[in-house]
Design a binder for this molecule. Sequence first.
Ligand code: NAP
Length: 247
Amino acid sequence: MEEWQEGEIIENIKWTSNLASLKIKANIMPHQAGQFTRIGLMINDELVTRSYSYASSPQDELLEIIYINIPNGVLSPKLHQMKKGDKIQVMKQAIGYFTLDEVPDGENLWMLATGTALGVFLSLLKTPLPWKRFEKIVLVHGVRYQNELIYQDLIEELKKQYPNQLIYIRSVTREKAVNSFNYRIPRGIELKEFQNYADIEINGSSQFMLCGNPEMIKETSAALSSFGLKKNRRTSPGNITVERYWT
Ligand code: NAP
């Protein structure tokens, strides 16, 4: 049974007119980086809930999620109006298996995210484990517009902390942006542009974690299969671990 806990909004960070992050203080159970939670509000006497990945890492004091305000949506416009001190319902226990212990060993770890799915990778990257397990980590963030390239300060900090390990690739698809590619993620891989930039070949020692747009996941998985990689399943380990995220 799902157990709920009242949390308090500490900050509602507005990155763009509709892209935002919530920081919430709540007495919840510890989570593992890569997991998600549900948050909810009472709307017309009904608890309306949605799933969000933790962008915060297990050692962070506050729970942090990234969300998109869909103006005609049910929950997100209410989230968008929330202010410091407002109350929100949070699921006590985290869920999900998009964690590093589900990913086999390899030389390089590629983290491919579109849009708000960046958060789950920030949660993972803020923990010591990926840096211990992989020689290089390539974080690829695909967005429509350059102002959706969020958490630049944190990514800069990680680059300083792991200068020989982290490669950060930005790809903006609907406008030209500086220091960014202009490809959808599968295209950047097919053309080997991302591999050339990272100076890393994709082969059997590459591990991939994919999260975000379901079509991106489908098309990227197909692109990766042309490099001989297959889905990672508990019963038959492989190189591509996916999180369905939203449908
Ligand atoms: P998105 O639509 O998934 O776009 C993020 C990135 O994924 C873009 O670079 C996009 O490229 C790419 N992409 C889309 N389809 C793909 C495919 N088949 N293969 C590979 N890459 C693909 O995500 P989002 O902008 O974060 O929005 C998520 C959802 O929220 C969408 O349903 C959107 O309508 C809704 N929404 C978003 C905003 C916002 O501020 N971003 C506001 C309101 C509502 P393209 O640019 O080429 O499509």
